[in-house]
Design a protein around this ligand. Structure first.
Ligand code: ADP
Ligand code: ZN
Ligand code: ZN
Length: 731
């Protein structure tokens, strides 16, 4: 037999399949040690075959299997092929996605616990006769032991004394053995809150279960009870002996939320997310691989769980940007999930109150099945939304960060012993400039996206076409010199609030306050138990939380992401504000939302204030169509970086000229094609250049393939090459 092996070296030059002479026990999907050059390294067996093109005397012999079991299933091997072909990934990077790093590093080992049990020669009566009458503990121990039962060694020692156990061991009446102990992720103990589904929830469950194929989009307002729908679908699937994967954004994977799933499904659930310790992650992965669990819940990377016989795959909050991996290996979770769903002949279910434009477009085109949950599960009204013009505040002499309206609402919220959440939009950082008197924001003349301020050369740059502009000192619209480009930090807001509300508990939730293990849980628990209380936070507070006493949500700086230099900015802003607004008034008390903005006339606020997703969608998809942006075109960026600038430039030129030849054949398909220095020209000593193109859909697949081929064929030393599709960050 010949084994096809991928070597575990992250280098494009050796990223191909090598043939080795297999051993009798070489199994498909296993990790093996292999001779490679003068070294012995590790590899993955991704195929077995009978013949090879390599001459027999040149074939090297494969080494031993590293683990007792294959680490990859046939499905994952096929998925690797698919991802390499469609995302232009290195094979080794895919393998590393599939196999937990804890396994590869060999630093994490199964946790073994010593047990004892009685031996074949154990004879209770004989032993009791041999023991002195006053050796009470020893007698108790012998009485206590039952044949064939296993006891944790440490616990038995605690009960009866270590020397008594040792004695029986040395006599051969007891034997030791080792057992695995599973390290389990922490979840909050909860009672299972059973509800009767509403008619619309039941309809969605029935519709999906009676049509188990294709992609289903559940478009349900915040609080419509999507989680309950997922749980009912999963319960049915596992009662049929199948398994399910539920993905949620990382931030929703709090022990509280997971507590709900454990309460309903018990030990059938495995969790995979970044908050786990190495040991926990390793053990959860093993439980999945061995088929001990039926449900995997996790963040993006849980889509690679080695689960078999999958009956449903669910992506909750499918619009969430975290589903796109933006660093190597780059992939979109939706694509991977779709592959696995098709492979397992099961439905892929996407859920959101604010579906991504791409997904809703596909639903409208009837490529996806669309299901709607238009009202909250408890029939409560959506919170009222008020948009406040911050330019008016400045003109009225209020230059602080809170509008009068928000201050009034905060005051009545805390005096009624309720809770408030204040959301600070950090997307885009300090990167755009704004006139605080008229709300003017400089945009690119050619691209209709906001310019990004670069402090290193005091310039404004367009990230789509690289045009540069002078930084502003006065507003070209109204002449005001009141120009701002600063971040509003959580710390500053908290400090200000403490001055205004000295007797109210103020909590802060951002990357700084949640970096340590369990910090997020502690913070959320504290918030849940404190009244009145104001929680100030970044994007983290926008998603998933279900606190019944939150009656007010304030959006401090709605504009921040609106003018971010990304074609998805309006979409992201609409999403974020709708999601964060959805945190208010979820139980018995009515909710209110105050949105502060310098550009209140921007169309998104009209739609946000009325919860009009479809209106927003129609406007935005139309804009994308006339400007030829995704889904009506694809944006490609080839990023070329390296420490030797001349070499980076030369490589860029070589690739640029080769693609130009393709462009000649398909000139009408290229909406845009340029090479340039990246907006951030150097990161970590590496110079960065890029080739940007926007291509119409008609011949996209063919052009894409050619572009990949061109990039594949050159391997300049010391240069990194990456291709990104529809990147959301062009810096
Ligand atoms: P979504 O994810 O759609 O925003 P959730 O799943 O968080 O909504 O549900 C919102 C709230 O409604 C939760 O507290 C949930 O327990 C409750 N809920 C869901 N379905 C029902 C139902 N059929 N009857 C009563 N309450 C429900
Ligand atoms: Zn102005
Ligand atoms: Zn431009």
């Amino acid at each position: 037999m010949i084994a096809e092996v991928i070597v575990d070296i992250a280098n494009s030059n050796v990223d191909k399949v090598f043939d080795y002479l297999a051993k009798d026990d070489t199994k498909l999907g296993s990790r093996v040690s292999i001779p490679f050059g003068k070294r012995t390294i590790e590899g993955y067996v991704i195929g077995l075959k009978t013949t090879s093109d390599v001459p027999a005397d040149k074939l090297k012999k494969i080494g031993d299997c590293i683990d007792d079991y294959p680490v990859l299933t046939q499905e994952l091997i096929d998925l690797g092929d698919f991802m390499c072909a469609t995302n232009h990934l290195r094979r080794v990077d895919c393998m590393r996605l599939f196999v937990p790093s804890q396994l590869r590093s060999q630093k994490t080992k199964p946790l073994l616990i010593n047990y004892v049990k009685t031996s074949d020669t154990f004879d209770k009566q004989a032993l009791l006769q041999d023991v002195r009458a006053n050796a009470t503990k020893q007698r108790q121990l012998i009485e206590y032991l039952e044949p064939t039962k296993e006891y944790a060694h440490a616990e038995l020692c605690k009960k009866f004394g270590a020397n008594n156990i040792s004695k029986l061991l040395s006599m051969g009446s007891l034997v030791t053995l080792q057992r695995h102990k599973l390290r389990k992720p922490y979840v909050v103990d909860k009672l299972d809150k059973r509800v009767t589904l509403t008619d619309s929830q039941q309809k969605v469950v029935d519709d999906i279960l009676s049509n188990r194929q294709g992609v289903h989009l559940i478009f349900g307002v915040t609080g419509s009870g999507k989680t309950e729908v997922y749980m009912h679908i999963i319960a049915q699937i596992i009662s049929e002996g199948k398994t399910a994967i539920l993905l949620v954004p990382e931030i929703s994977l709090t022990p509280q939320v997971m507590g709900n799933f454990k309460a309903r499904f018990g030990d059938n659930v495995a969790l995979l997310h970044s908050g786990l310790s190495d040991g926990e992650r390793f053990d959860e992965w093993q439980r999945i691989r061995e088929g001990d669990v039926k449900i995997v819940i996790g963040a993006r990377s849980a889509i690679f769980a080695p689960l078999k016989n999958i009956g449903a795959i669910i992506l909750d909050e499918e619009h969430d940007p975290s589903y796109k991996s933006e660093s190597n290996p780059r992939y979109l979770t939706h694509d991977v999930a779709k592959f696995r769903a098709e492979y397992n002949h099961c439905p892929l279910i996407l859920g959101s109150a604010t579906p991504s434009l791409e997904s809703f477009y596909k639903a409208k085109q009837q490529e996806y099945f669309l299901h709607e949950l238009p009202v909250r599960a408890n029939n409560k009204a959506m919170p009222t939304i008020q948009v406040v013009n911050m330019c008016d505040e400045v003109l009225n002499g209020n230059t602080g960060m809170f509008s009068q309206q928000l201050l009034n609402d905060l005051t009545s919220c805390v005096s009624n012993n309720n809770q408030a959440m204040l959301f600070i939009n950090r997307r885009g950082h300090s990167s755009y400039m704004i006139c605080r008197e008229c709300g003017y924001i400089p945009k690119c003349e050619d691209c209709d996206v906001s310019l990004v301020y670069h402090s290193e050369d005091n310039q404004l740059k367009c990230h789509y076409c690289n045009k540069r502009y002078k930084a502003l000192t006065n507003c070209p619209n109204c002449g005001s010199s009141y120009i701002r480009y600063g971040t509003m930090g959580t710390q500053r807001v908290v400090a200000e609030l403490r001055k205004i509300f000295p007797n109210v508990k103020i909590l802060r939730m951002d990357n700084d306050t949640t970096s340590t293990k369990n910090a997020l849980t502690t913070l959320l628990t504290e918030f849940a138990n404190t009244k009145p209380c104001i929680l100030v936070g970044t994007q983290m507070i926008a998603k998933g939380h279900d606190f019944p006493d939150v009656t007010l949500v304030g959006v401090m700086n709605a504009d921040m992401s609106l003018h971010y230099s990304d074609f998805r900015s309006p979409e992201r802003t609409f999403e974020l504000i709708t999601q964060v607004a959805g945190r208010a008034g979820r139980a018995d008390k009515a909710g209110k939302v105050v949105i502060q903005t310098y550009t209140p006339r921007h169309y998104i606020y009209r739609f946000v204030a009325n919860y009009n997703y479809e209106g927003f969608y129609n406007k935005e998809i139309n804009l994308r169509q006339v400007t030829s942006f995704p889904p009506f075109a694809k944006i490609f960026r080839i990023l070329i970086s390296g420490e030797d600038e001349d070499k980076v430039k030369t490589t860029t030129k070589v690739i640029f000229d080769k693609i130009k030849a393709i462009k000649k054949m398909f000139s009408s398909e290229f909406l845009y094609y340029e090479a340039m220095k990246s907006p951030i020209g150097r990161i970590e000593k590496k110079f960065r250049y890029q080739i940007l193109m926007r291509i119409k859909p008609t011949y996209q697949a063919k052009i894409e393939k050619d572009v990949y081929q061109i990039v594949d064929d050159i391997h300049p030393n010391g240069i990194q090459l990456f291709i990104e599709v529809n990147p959301s960050n062009l810096s």
